[in-house]
Design a protein around this ligand. Sequence first.
Ligand code: SAM
Length: 389
Amino acid sequence: DGAVQKISRHPRWVRVNTIKSTLDQQLSTTFKGFRETDNLKDVLLAAKRSKIYYKDPNIPNLLALPSRIDLSRSPAYTSGQIIFQDKASCFPAYLLDPVPGDGDVIDATAAPGNKTTHLAAIVSSQLRTGQKQKVIAFERDKGRTVTLQKMVKLASANSVVQVKGSSDFLATTPGSGEFANVGAILLDPSCSGTGIVGRDDAIKMHLPEVQGGTKSSQKLDKSKKRKRGDEAGNTSEATATLNLHLDDSTPEETPIEGKLSERLAALSKFQLHILNHAMRFANARKITYSTCSIHFEENEGVVFQALASSAAKQGGWRVLAREEQVDGLKNWHRRGIWEDEKVSCDLDEGSKREVLNACIRCDKDTEEGTMGFFVAAFVRDAENVPAQL
Ligand code: SAM
């Protein structure tokens, strides 16, 4: 559809941080004088700085604005009342749907903290006086831990979030008493970042890195990449994420060098490993697994392998079916895809289709204005939680 091609500009997505503000408060202050539209296309087609907004129908407290609207100096942004976060990046915390009965929530791979603060906002909105529920945020990288801590503080999420900085989630003991109260886990591990808007340019510009560059050439290129992100208008969340992914050293066991197919194989091995680790948490009942990758190998491929793993089978894990998902997401039409030959599947055709239908995708450069993204949720019923894992 040519019309869609022309209007597929990326909007500026703004999540109202309900720990510090409300949607109504923001509409009557930061967005005073802005016109509401009930059609996202109006925002995508609007002049880049027009005062127009669209309330997202899927994710609560989320607005879309024209791409170049400058809110970065607004008091609401600098004080953490609003957070720049792509719509797709809001799916995991919303799909995980933590409720007080779930106990503590782990964000296993948390920096820079967009999903951590989103989780904190959901948890805070439901807590009654005297109730306690924490979000435990792990981040392995020292530098990104600092960013995470800053973001948690700015969002006033400190009372709910416990940052486990410079800590490897894979080094945790899932059966330890420390995590006995953990009922839900959000897992958004390192990925190829191929769903990020503006990433294609970065890949084209830095082909050697993807196809066999060295660590030192990556380091040298960092400043250029940052600049490119800014030039492309990918400010704040997008740039932060872009930098994060471009700077994201893949796990030690994965080769930085090599062809894309080799990188994907190494990344998916790591992603399956960390997902299996999450599945071993003794009292966990819910997990979301997400990436901002467009590749089957890192997405549906990992879900199918995880379901076939002994961690899932012994633990009684299954996917959260589409009809069980939160209202805002069960109606989302982009679902899992299947690429033959990339993974073996011993499920019958009907079960395979159900799993794919439980997987949620976002595509970049569409009329939905999102980045490329993938998320699936796993659950197990109380009777399936083994007494001892
Ligand atoms: N969820 C974040 C957000 O929405 O702001 C983005 C997370 S980013 C895709 C993945 C992060 O996981 C990186 O910051 C990386 O350093 C971290 N990471 C990778 N492996 C990890 C591990 N084993 N334990 C803890 N953190 C890890």
